[in-house]
Design a protein around this ligand. Structure first.
Ligand code: GLC
Length: 570
């Protein structure tokens, strides 16, 4: 009896250890050749809205730490935390008053250390948002800079005389509306701010600024930070002669004249600076992700650097210009980015962009479309960055009255520009009050759809968007072709079906996505130009597509918005 109990408890122990190991490290394909960030799934956390541990209505670092197991089992390998530095919050943290601390509303540096430690235990890397272009107007550097024309740090920001009484130095506009120059009566000069007046631009032509910012990266290395997302990095430099920007016909959403940012965006000096920064972050073992808004593929290409020596992961925002569910439009964008020759980072959602669920919804097939977008996004070559809640099918929940708007962009641009509150609402954890985000009053209202779209409910529904993401992520992590394989479009001219092969030496994966609301035939053999002789092994598909494939036909019938992913066995 005693022996039996002992054997049983030993077995139980082994099972427990196996389960624990699975929990600590979900299965991953092994590769030593690729840097970690090429195989990683990144996940953006907007800290105000993720999880509130002290019930003050604002998310915080302890809240994030308490959700690391959720992220780990989802299949997340790195979290990018939007700014949590001390800040007066004029732009919700993108106005930094101290680059080397944590805002008390989010916790302490010790809380951050605990978060980084716990994340690393689960093989999750930590990426900080590095607001390089500007600080807060309350940063001690700026307070000193504005105090006198002779202040030692005067030249840390961009000060100029006006053109005349009441006239700013040139016609540059703030992207939040109005002039990009604010007059400061203390010293009788204007200072430059691409964003809000509370976000003065740093002067990167000053070596002391560069040194201070490089030191920031070293500071966070000591606190376990594995990389940075470089905020608004394309804006680091301005034309020293302050030439007027070319004016275009019409007005923008703030009622200001339309113009291009020819003389204050994407200047060549940005690239020299990035190469210098990269040397520092390489020495720290940190990766760089870039918020790189570009108008064309050459500009994006330039951010990788002539010798891949600038940003490892420059984001492609042109992907978000595909406004409708169009297979040819997505195909074109993918091929453009593929032609840049770098490692792609397609952007589909973030804290500045209307959620993809809302952008592509048709009102009838919304959840299926969300799965379609996931099916595409997570099978493309490159590093995906999920935005919190995307895995649940969270939608935008925009304010309906101006007085409810929190985002300065919406306050200035209302009603044409509603701001970004809609995509920043609290994470939906369960069906309890406030979606389990807080017991207090959430800083933004929770989207009413939370009773259906939440982690707890979706975890128990095999057909939920969340479980679809989980399956996709698990599949991606185990597939050499999806992780490293090349991208070959097939069925090139199809107006409705986006299809491609991902091929590595070891494996070929076929992805076929129906971007239309009607059933579409898809001929496996001719689409794959004869590469598919017979055996397709379905890895993941939405039900109707799967049925057709199981019938061993060579023509698939893809139901509306179907996702079909199969391994092609030789
Ligand atoms: C970036 C951020 C955005 C912020 C702006 C100013 O674009 O993503 O949220 O408002 O920079 O810092």
């Amino acid at each position: 009896m005693y022996m039996l109990t002992r054997q049983l408890s030993r077995r139980l122990l082994i099972i427990a250890i196996l389960l624990a190991t699975m929990l600590v490290s979900p299965l991953r394909a092994q590769s030593n050749a690729q840097p970690w960030w090429q195989h990683a799934i990144f996940y953006e956390i907007y800290p105000r809205s993720f999880a509130d541990s002290n019930n003050d209505g604002l998310g915080d670092l302890r809240g994030i730490t308490s959700k690391l197991d959720y992220l780990h089992t989802l299949g997340v390998d790195a979290i990018w935390i939007s700014p949590c530095y001390p800040s007066p919050q004029f732009d919700f943290g993108y106005d930094v008053a101290d680059y080397e601390n944590i805002d008390p509303m989010y916790g302490t540096l010790a809380d951050f250390d605990a978060l980084a430690r716990e994340a690393h235990k689960r093989n999750i890397r930590v990426i900080m948002d590095f607001v390089v272009n500007h600080s807060s107007h309350q940063h001690p550097w700026f307070l000193e800079s504005k105090s006198s024309r002779n202040a030692p740090r005067r030249d840390w920001y961009i000060w100029r005389d006006g053109k005349g009484p009441g006239l700013p130095p040139n016609n540059w506009e703030s992207s939040f509306g109005g002039s990009a120059w604010t007059f400061d009566p203390t010293t009788g000069q204007y200072y430059y701010h691409y964003f809000e007046a509370e976000q003065p631009d740093l002067n990167w032509r000053n070596p002391a600024v560069e040194k201070a910012m490089f030191d920031v990266t070293r500071f966070w290395r000591k606190h376990g930070v594995d990389g940075f997302r470089l905020d608004a990095v394309d804006l680091l430099f301005e034309d020293p002669d302050l030439k007027d920007n070319p004016v275009l016909p019409g007005k923008n959403e703030f009622g200001d004249p339309q113009m291009t940012d020819k003389f204050n965006d994407n200047l060549p000096q940005v690239h020299d600076e990035l190469r210098r920064l990269r040397k520092v972050t390489d020495a720290n073992g940190q990766v760089l992700i870039g918020e790189t808004w570009t108008d064309n593929i050459d500009e994006l290409k330039a951010y990788y650097g002539p010798h891949q020596d600038e940003i490892q992961l420059p984001m492609d925002f042109m992907f978000t210009t595909v406004k409708s569910l169009s297979a040819p439009d997505f195909r074109k964008q993918i091929e453009l980015v593929e032609s840049a020759g770098g490692w792609p980072v397609f952007v589909i959602s973030n804290h500045d962009i209307v959620r993809s669920y809302t952008r592509y919804a048709d009102g009838k097939n919304n959840d299926q479309i969300a799965k379609l977008m996931a099916g595409m996004y997570l099978t493309l070559r490159g590093t995906p960055i999920l935005y919190y809640g995307e895995e649940l099918g969270m939608e935008n929940h925009d304010p309906v009255r101006k007085e409810d708007v929190k985002d300065p962009l919406g306050q200035h641009g209302w009603p044409e520009q509603k701001g970004r509150d809609g995509e920043r609402t609290p994470m939906q954890w369960d069906a309890s009050r406030n979606a389990g985000f807080t017991q207090g009053t959430p800083w933004l209202p929770v989207d009413p759809a939370y009773t259906t779209y939440n982690v707890a409910a979706e975890s128990t529904n095999p057909d939920s968007i969340l479980n679809f993401y989980r399956r996709l992520l698990a599949m991606r992590h185990l597939s050499p072709a999806l992780l490293d394989g090349d991208y070959t479009p097939i069925g090139q001219n199809g107006p409705n079906v986006l299809a491609y092969l991902r091929r590595s030496g070891k494996e070929t994966i076929l992805v076929a996505l129906n971007f239309s609301n009607s059933t579409q035939p898809f001929d496996l053999n001719s689409a794959a130009q004869g590469t598919i002789q017979a055996k397709t092994e379905v890895l993941l598909s939405t039900s109707a597509a799967k049925d057709a494939a199981n019938g061993q036909q060579h023509t698939l019938l893809l139901s509306p918005y179907a996702v079909y992913i199969a391994r092609i066995n030789p």
